[in-house]
Design a protein around this ligand. Structure first.
Ligand code: GAP
Length: 436
């Protein structure tokens, strides 16, 4: 059973070190989270799994890493300065601020219950603006990027000229984006600072629709391949009035969160909007000359744009389970092995010195390949429970027989089955169980 309540994951995240409320020692910083020892590993695994599928396993997509701080010219051209806004209303009675489009009743304040107390709606730009330069008040206005996508458009020519790619091909990026969200919340679902995993796929205009359908399906399958139950996912096409200013068609991959369906990723048909905008505003040519057909054209763009943080939350929610083993209840995070913070835990049965050299040697061998936890405190049963709760797929137990038979026990998280394996075969056995 996946988690039915967000609090189950929020508590586990805090208790085990996945995510802590940020700046807690100063009373907290609203809706911000710091990723702990396990969360930082898992978030990295989500991003690595994305890069693996979107870049490593394809010959038509390359990766870049563009600047976060960016000049207004980019956002002028992209349309974000004019259009990247939410409609905002203030309640004149309780002074709370709301997104007008998220109110159930646009005349009723959900905080204080006042009727007709809202100010007129204002367009609130979500971009964070700051100043570059050392002289107070005399710096240049700059923005923290609200999406990674523009980095790919402004580097389109650089990539075209420095690689041997030609349409259809993609430029991918993983990195932080910032939005001054009016209503952040639901744990790491909506925060002001978050990480995106975006890819701009440049295609001949006539092939736009075909590639849009391809990427909608491919992206949905990515989640399923990483263990997300298909029934917790759906692909939802946007209504025309929902479309972003750059899109002629968007479908969201949605996940069934405890509060209902929520977006994990949008796949958008951006046409030639962005390249044309940047070409016009920069005065540079941003097109492609196809020598085979002797044609010059501005490619269309299909964009799968996902959020790493909320994807991590969704994987945790879907993997959460409670069952009973030998009459004892346990919490288990049935994470896919690629996403689990630790792939293996090495557990010497006792803290006694006799087992330490063998256990440490196994840790050293395995940790050369993947993240391995090493834990020698508490009873073995409690240590298994802890590893189950943080999603470690396999435990390796070193006991006193190990010193005689040169073998260890492998215990599986999901079935709790145990098998004895010679140390000489351990790496091969673990790799085959992990599918690496
Ligand atoms: N370049 C297109 C773009 O940025 P988006 O739908 O605004 O599209 C893409 O963002 C993804 O980024 C979303 O599907 C979501 O997963 C993630 N995302 C957007 N805003 C977020 C926020 N405030 N907190 C966490 N993730 C967010």
């Amino acid at each position: 059973m996946p988690a039915s309540d967000l609090e189950q994951i929020v508590n586990l995240a805090k208790r085990r070190g996945f995510a802590y409320p940020s700046a807690e020692i100063y009373g907290g910083f609203r809706s911000s989270y710091d990723y702990g020892p396990l969360g930082s590993l898992m978030l990295r695994n989500v991003k690595d799994a994305w890069v693996r599928a979107m870049v490593q396993q394809r010959d038509d997509v390359v990766l870049i890493d563009a600047s976060i701080i960016s000049p207004p010219a980019i956002w002028e051209a992209s349309g974000h300065l004019a259009n990247f806004t939410d409609p905002l209303v203030d309640c004149t009675k309780c002074k709370q601020r709301f997104r007008e489009d998220q109110l159930d009743d646009p005349t009723l304040c959900p905080n204080c219950g006042s009727r007709d107390s809202f100010t007129a709606s204002r367009a609130f730009n979500l971009m964070f603006k700051t100043q570059a330069g050392v002289v107070e008040g005399a710096g240049t206005d700059v923005y923290l990027r609200p999406e990674t996508a523009q980095g790919m458009f402004i580097n389109f020519m650089n990539v075209l000229q420095t690689t041997r790619k030609k349409p259809p091909f993609g430029i991918a990026q993983v990195g932080k984006s910032f939005r001054n969200e009016i209503t952040p919340g639901n744990f790491i679902f909506r925060t002001r600072e978050f990480e995106q995993m975006e890819m701009e796929f440049f295609v001949p205009p006539a092939d736009g629709q075909q590639w849009y359908e391809y990427w909608c399906n491919a992206r949905l399958e990515w989640y399923v391949n990483l263990g997300m139950p298909r029934e917790m996912l759906r692909l939802r096409p946007h209504d025309p009035d929902e479309l972003a200013h750059y899109s002629v068609g968007t479908s969201d991959v949605e996940f069934l969160f405890p509060w209902g369906w929520g977006e994990l990723e949008g796949i958008a048909q951006r046409t030639d909007y962005d390249l044309k905008q940047h070409a016009e505003h920069s005065g540079q040519k941003l097109d492609y000359f196809d020598q085979a057909t002797n044609e010059r054209y501005v490619p269309f763009v299909i964009e799968p744009a996902a959020g790493a943080n909320r994807t991590m939350a969704a994987f945790m929610l879907a993997a959460y389970d409670e069952d009973v083993i030998n009459g004892e209840p346990r919490t288990v995070l049935r994470l896919h092995q690629r996403l689990a913070p630790y792939k293996v835990a090495v557990l010497p049965l006792s803290k006694k010195d006799a087992l330490t050299p063998t256990a440490k040697a196994i840790f050293e061998t395995l940790s050369d390949r993947y993240m391995v936890d090493y834990d020698e405190t508490q009873a073995i049963g409690r240590r298994y429970r802890r590893q189950d709760e943080i999603g470690t797929p396999l435990c390796v137990t070193v006991d006193f027989d190990t010193l005689e038979d040169k073998a260890v026990t492998i215990r599986e998280r999901d079935t709790t089955e145990q098998v004895r394996v010679p140390i000489a075969d351990l790496l091969t056995e673990l790799n085959s169980r992990l599918g690496f």
